[in-house]
Write a protein that binds this ligand. Structure first.
Ligand SMILES: NC(=O)c1ccc[n+]([C@@H]2O[C@H](COP(=O)([O-])OP(=O)(O)OC[C@H]3O[C@@H](n4cnc5c(N)ncnc54)[C@H](OP(=O)(O)O)[C@@H]3O)[C@@H](O)[C@H]2O)c1
Length: 317
């Protein structure tokens, strides 16, 4: 059976995740920020996201998020820490930014789209979060180096790097253009190398830090028609292990979070068979990312695989 070709009925939770995502995308009010606790899906079940919220409860959620960001600073898990997050203007990266901010982190964010990045930055700042952001293409060495120089100038340190930026471009291997290969391998793998190199140097000087790479279950179980993505994510997993090994003498931990299907904007009603499969909310992945970066400094969760219970992954296809 081909991946994604199976006809199945969506669960209530998946419908809730999809409905909430559609609501958020259709709602262009810039004040739409986050669920009540940005790191956690609301009670009632995995992956419910902001299910079924109306305009009034959205505003209430935003107020709660702002309240959470502005209070109890010293009790927060990332109080005062500087976290760099790539690809932070939408999807998983933006959810991680919200989750870290709610735990007191100071943020340095990048992505290519200046407009979306400015919008995300404004949303976070309006909640009282300290944010520095710069449009950066992580495949460009000089741009990455300038960004990290600016981050160090602004904050003086980098405690956490989340290499989240990535792109998917498919096609069977005999039909895969080199431009698609370069885009995917560049954003997922070369970008992770270029950002890790700069963050590692800063962390070495300051006596430690954490690098979290966003991999994929495609780093373990390939889908057909995704040679570039699979190769890039296998590379990210290999780079994670190499970085963790190089970081050992310097107190630098490096780990990899492999998500299964996560419902982000581009996967809503895309018409792709894989986008009709079981899904998780972005908040779920953000919660795992937060757990991985808030372990005691001498402990590293090297790898985590997080996927919907019903997602086809184990077994023979
Ligand atoms: N969603 C899933 O089901 C899923 C599953 C497994 C793994 N992942 C991984 O999770 C990460 C985030 O994915 P997502 O689903 O949230 O995707 P997304 O919504 O498409 O977000 C990708 C982010 O990366 C940025 N980006 C892409 N190319 C870039 C480049 N060259 N330089 C700088 N920023 C770049 C994008 O912003 P700009 O376009 O403005 O640059 C955007 O902020 C990716 O590494 C992806 O492979 C996702």
């Amino acid at each position: 059976m081909r991946f994604g070709s199976r006809i199945r009925r969506r669960t209530k939770n998946e419908d809730d995740v999809r409905n909430s995502m559609t609501n958020e995308i259709c709602d262009d009010r810039s004040e739409t920020l986050a669920p009540p606790s940005p790191a956690l899906p609301p009670p009632g079940g995995e992956g419910r996201g902001t299910a079924g919220v109306d305009a009034g409860s959205e505003r209430q959620s935003t107020r709660k998020f702002i309240f959470f960001c502005k209070t109890f600073d010293t009790m927060k898990k990332l109080a005062g820490k500087v976290a760099v997050i790539t690809g932070a203007n939408q999807g998983i990266g933006k959810a991680i930014a919200r989750a870290f901010a709610a735990e007191g982190a100071r943020l340095a964010l990048c992505a290519r789209s200046a407009e979306k990045l400015a919008q995300t930055t404004a949303e976070l700042k309006s909640a009282g979060v300290e944010v520095f952001s710069q449009p950066v293409d992580v495949t460009e060495e000089a741009a990455v180096d300038r960004f990290f120089a600016a981050v160090l100038e602004r904050f003086g340190r980098v405690d956490i790097l989340v290499n989240n930026a990535g792109a998917f471009d498919g096609g069977r291997i005999d039909e895969l253009p080199l431009s698609a290969w370069n885009n995917v391998v560049g954003s997922c793998l070369t970008g992770t190398f270029l950002c890790s190199r700069r963050a590692f140097a800063a962390m070495k000087d300051q006596g430690g830090g954490r690098i979290l790479n966003i991999g994929s279950i495609s780093a373990q179980r390939p889908r057909e028609g995704s040679a570039a993505y699979v190769a890039a994510k296998f590379g990210v997993w290999g780079l994670t292990q190499a970085t963790a090994l190089d970081g050992r003498p310097f107190g630098i931990a490096c780990s990899c979070l492999h998500p299964g299907n996560v419902l982000v904007e581009r996967r809503v009603d895309s018409g792709q068979a894989s986008d009709a499969e079981p899904m998780m909310a972005v908040e779920t992945i953000a919660e795992v990312a937060l757990t991985m970066v808030t372990l005691p400094a001498h402990v590293n969760m090297l790898e985590s695989i997080v996927l919907p219970v019903e997602q086809v992954y184990l077994g023979r296809g």
